[in-house]
Ligand binder design. Structure first.
Ligand SMILES: NC(=O)c1ccc[n+]([C@@H]2O[C@H](COP(=O)([O-])OP(=O)(O)OC[C@H]3O[C@@H](n4cnc5c(N)ncnc54)[C@H](O)[C@@H]3O)[C@@H](O)[C@H]2O)c1
Length: 319
């Protein structure tokens, strides 16, 4: 059996590939190196893996209909396990003109890959990286998978929910094995540069103020990237189309998180407060009971430890 990881050069994808290779698995990786953030950072994420004979990278765009390159990546009767992480991520840029990129990368690409999976057959599981953004302004906390229909609060969330529903449809109508995991604010070494902790660490290092949208009392369920990878691995055998939350159990306010960040970095931050941005939800808090019961997964990285690792990696990259 081979593994197909899409979005493999991205933040979470590159951690997942590293884990799979360390387990001795063969990985076919796909990434089109979108320039939403500098592609050099993505190339750096996987530079050392290119020498590994069990790793094969395709620089291809999943939204392009012709996928013959993907047919050629596998032997005809070989089983494939798909981790579909490729997406245009980020809430704030999903408004306005950028939206078409979100529909292309998040919806069209997912539908393309689902069609390919059904055509190809022998897909042991299609594991989809969904998002807490599908929940929007949920007021009943913690967020439970089968609570009232999720109503996203950003165009990004709409595209992630649409793709999640597409996965569900292909499972129901074509019997494609699948599972969707809703990630909650993932952080750790290599975190996307547009995400809060990356921006905050950069600002602390430069001595510039941390720009906080709102009063800082908004809460997030922060999830360490290693725990996400662990959750993805443990979900491999879950093939009945379940949708499960993957949240780190570190739910706290942004201001408290900044306090922990200061401790991890050993530096004090200056704060500047700005208006709340459209699409930014007030609170996220995952119920992870379903994932824990189904797979035995439990998050194991406390925020202080995860942030220390992220801080050290940022320092190493910059020195
Ligand atoms: N980081 C988080 O906190 C978080 C939270 C919830 C959900 N997610 C989801 O997890 C997944 C990974 O997120 P990330 O933070 O690692 O993002 P990322 O931007 O670092 O990685 C995504 C990768 O997908 C690639 N890609 C995009 N469109 C593509 C296409 N059409 N064809 C091929 N490659 C394409 C990009 O070049 C990028 O390298 C995404 O699906 C995202 O929606 C992330």
């Amino acid at each position: 059996m081979k593994y197909l990881v899409t979005g493999a050069a991205g933040f979470i994808g590159s951690h997942l590939v590293r884990q799979l290779l360390s387990e001795g698995k063969e990985v076919v990786a796909v990434d089109c190196f979108r320039d939403y953030y500098p592609p050099e950072l993505k190339r750096a994420n996987i530079a050392d893996l290119l020498k590994n004979p069990s790793f094969k990278l395709f620089e291809e765009d999943l939204s392009v209909k012709n996928m013959s390159w993907l047919d050629r990546a596998f032997d005809p009767h070989e089983e494939i396990l798909i981790y579909h992480l490729a997406a245009q991520a980020g809430v704030r840029k999903s408004w306005g003109e950028e939206f078409s990129q979100y529909t292309v990368d998040n919806i069209m690409s997912t539908q393309n890959l689902l069609e390919w999976s059904v055509r190809r057959g022998n897909v042991r599981n299609f594991i989809y990286a969904s998002s807490s953004s599908v929940y929007g302004r949920a007021t009943d906390l913690p967020m439970v998978e089968d609570m009232t229909l999720p109503v996203p609060d950003s165009p990004y969330g709409v595209t992630k929910l649409a793709a999640e529903n597409l996965v569900r449809l292909y499972t129901r109508n074509y019997g494609l094995p699948s599972v969707s995991l809703r990630f909650f604010t993932v952080y750790g070494p290599g975190q996307r540069p547009d995400m809060a902790f990356s921006i905050f660490l950069e600002a602390i290092r430069k001595g510039s103020p941390l720009r906080i949208f709102g009063d800082g009392s908004q809460t997030r369920d922060f999830t360490y990237v290693g725990d996400v990878v662990q959750g993805l691995r443990l979900s491999e055998k879950c093939t009945d189309g379940k949708v499960m939350n993957l949240g780190g159990g570190n739910t706290l306010s942004l201001l408290k998180a900044i306090g922990i960040l200061e401790e991890a970095a050993g530096m004090k931050a200056k704060l500047s407060f700005l208006p709340v941005q459209p699409g930014d939800v007030r609170d996220t808090f995952a119920s992870t009971e379903l994932l824990e019961k189904t797979t035995g997964w439990k998050p194991s990285t406390p925020l202080i430890e995860g942030l220390r690792r992220q801080f050290l990696e940022t320092e190493n990259r910059q020195s």
